[in-house]
Design a protein around this ligand. Sequence first.
Ligand code: ATR
Length: 268
Amino acid sequence: MTDKYAVIGHPISHSKSPLIHQAFAAQTQQDISYQAIEAPLDGFKATIERLVQEGYKGCNVTVPFKFEAFQLCKQLTGRAQAAQAVNTLFFRDGQVLGDNTDGAGLLTDIEQNLQCKLLFKKVLLMGAGGAAHGVIWQLFNAGATITVANRTLEKAQQMVSEFAPYGTVCASSYAALAGKKFDVVVNATSSSLTDELPPLPDGLFAPNALAYDMMYGKQTPFLKFAAAQGAARLADGLGMLVEQAAEAFCKWREVRPDTAPVIASLRP
Ligand code: ATR
């Protein structure tokens, strides 16, 4: 029997997740269906209840429901707890378990696909909203030395406070970054959506630095800035999108898909 999965968001028509999961399923000969479902803004919980009723095995959750999904779950993985957001749900015997594969997706893209190992690397994470929360635990876990910069400094301070006792994470304003250098700079702000650039000082990129924008699909102001500032490598978030999907697929189906051909097929 075909096992049913979905991605839930609002809006959802732009989502590449159905395409990605269908490609994974074809590649690994898994008998699944995967559809995009737009839940009303006040109807996320009801949508989940319906999917559970209808025998779905799980779903992905995207904007703007990741925090609501986190609040809804009585069972969470450690990385979902750290992220305070859920992007992957598992349904079994009426139970709902929440996970977050965004950080793993970013890490796999950076360390495996882009071959940039993070151990002892100086990483600048820009942003302290949902997207940054989703990935900081995994960056920390990889042994990176992390600086979180945010327009609203208190939000960055709050986000790093749980890691601060371990000494490798600190919060910063953008202005206070002047004179510092980083091996990896990750844009986890929503600035690219509005074609804006966080107020970064010049000279941030260490030799051979990677500039990574979690947004995909267009040349963002951050990636243009990074190129002009001499960053050695530039990457958008397409690899992360496919890798977070692969991590969810692997947990659902117990088989790991090959992401390289799927990433290549989505590149314009
Ligand atoms: P998301 O879920 O995409 O992370 P969010 O939770 O609303 O969205 O967080 C948006 C993040 O982008 C915040 O860190 C925000 O900074 P503030 O906390 O100071 O608001 C950051 N952000 C948005 N636009 C930005 C811009 N033009 N320059 C710098 N930071 C920006």
